[in-house]
Ligand binder design. Structure first.
Ligand code: FMN
Length: 189
């Protein structure tokens, strides 16, 4: 089993990244082959909306998006994490989503993934706002919805994890309880 972790936030080693690592640790302990990348290390330009990929299944822009989609195409499990920015995903995650059209086939209701991989997806986010305002104000729900719009069109079972209340970027981080939950999710996926 191949598992691909994708960090779509700029801060390596912080909340979102730690949660991705915990899920990947669980996956590793159940024998999965692990790879992790950070989208901020890749050159991903914005979608031009030309629709060429609908005909050719390939984006006209020759940049690192092709590398990332190729990795995702081979993964059985994808662990995708973004910090919540303005109740949504990070701007780099959004560029990645827009440019993922060649990963799908065009169905009657929009893009659908017909290939089997990835069969399982874990979506992760963290935000500053504490629970339950995360949900009352649509903060976490906004970010998770944005991720589900894309990953929900794949042939995949989806699990979500979120860490609220990460108000102080220098001090805060996921609790041991949250990290254990993430590890267990990976181990029992
Ligand atoms: C540009 C930006 C926008 C943010 N927008 C929100 C937001 O809408 N709601 C919120 O609760 N926290 C928001 N935050 C706080 C982050 O989501 C929070 O600190 C998160 O835990 C950071 O994750 P990281 O430690 O993995 O980078 C924002 C932070 C930044 C830098």
């Amino acid at each position: 089993m191949k598992a691909l972790g994708i960090l779509a936030g700029p801060r390596k080693g912080r909340t979102t990244d730690k949660m991705i690592d915990a899920v990947l640790d669980g996956l590793k302990d159940r024998g999965a082959e692990i790879e992790k990348i950070s989208l901020y290390d890749y050159d991903i330009k914005p979608c031009m909306g030309c629709y060429e990929c609908e005909k050719t299944k390939k984006c006209v822009i020759d940049d690192d998006q092709r590398i990332v989609l190729d990795k995702m195409d081979k993964a059985d499990v994808v662990v995708f994490g973004t910090p919540t920015y303005w109740s949504n995903v990070s701007s780099v995650a959004k560029k990645f989503f827009d440019r993922s059209l060649p990963f799908f086939d065009m169905g009657k209701t929009g893009p659908v993934r017909t290939a089997k991989k990835p069969g399982k997806v874990v979506l992760i986010t963290s935000c500053g706002c504490p629970y339950p305002f995360t949900h009352l104000l649509g903060i976490i729900t906004g970010c998770i919805r944005a991720m589900r719009v894309v990953f929900g069109r794949m042939n995949a079972k989806i699990k979500t994890l979120y860490v609220p209340g990460m108000m102080d970027p220098e001090k805060d981080g996921p609790s041991e309880k949250m990290l254990k939950k993430a590890y267990r999710l990976g181990k029992n996926i």
